[in-house]
Design a binder for this molecule. Structure first.
Ligand code: ATP
Length: 182
């Protein structure tokens, strides 16, 4: 059994992320996906716009809007948001491995995130401990990465221009909570 760890800022979660989740499950590349919104993201400029609780809520709304056969294989885990101090993927992998002792943990990353993997905390150990599922993002094709026909969407874009690129329930949440200047 392969459990995918899909970490990210998810500020907000958008259809590009949802597409990754749906494709990996429906292609049988992973058996389960744990979506882990980051607490205090490393290697990023500035802090997230939405709080950890809000980013977690948006992830949950996005997962709830998936078809049942996909939804049943996906969960949102607040481990990094609830953790004090910085979040390191290696600690999250260890926690997931403890919950699913029979499983192989695969870290799901876009090519842009994977390009920085050597800067991650205890990177060599992490790469020993977990597999990496590297997903092509449009405009960032990398040899060896999986082409899922990724959508050309980024959270930065969504925050700066109103776009129809998040699940409906997430769009409603953004509006209700006056996030991203909406
Ligand atoms: P930002 O624009 O703020 O950098 P983002 O859209 O890249 O945000 P993150 O939350 O940082 O979102 O991304 C989480 C993970 O999802 C990363 O591994 C990233 O590479 C991947 N990802 C983000 N958008 C896409 C997309 N459209 N297609 C495939 N993978 C994506």
């Amino acid at each position: 059994m392969i459990v995918g760890l899909y970490g990210g800022t998810f500020d907000p979660i958008h259809n590009g992320h949802v597409h990754v989740i749906t494709q990996l499950i429906s292609r049988g590349l992973v058996d389960r996906i744990i979506v882990v919104p980051a607490g205090q993201p490393q290697l990023r400029d500035g802090q997230p716009h939405a709080t950890g609780a809000q980013r977690r809520a948006m992830c949950q709304l996005a997962i709830n809007s998936l078809p049942d056969d996909v939804k049943s294989k996906v969960e949102v885990n607040p481990i990094e948001i609830l953790r004090e101090g910085p979040s390191y993927t290696i600690d999250t992998v260890a926690a997931i491995a403890a919950t699913y002792p029979e499983a192989t943990v695969a870290v799901i990353v876009g090519t842009d995130a994977f390009a920085k993997v050597d800067q991650w905390h205890r990177s060599a150990e992490l790469q020993e401990l977990a597999d990496f599922l590297v997903i092509d993002r449009p405009g960032a094709k990398t040899p060896g990465a999986i082409d899922i026909g990724a959508l050309n969407i980024s959270a930065t874009e969504i925050r700066t221009q109103l776009e129809d690129q998040v699940p409906e329930a997430v769009a409603a949440y953004i509006k209700e909570n006056n996030l991203y200047g909406r």
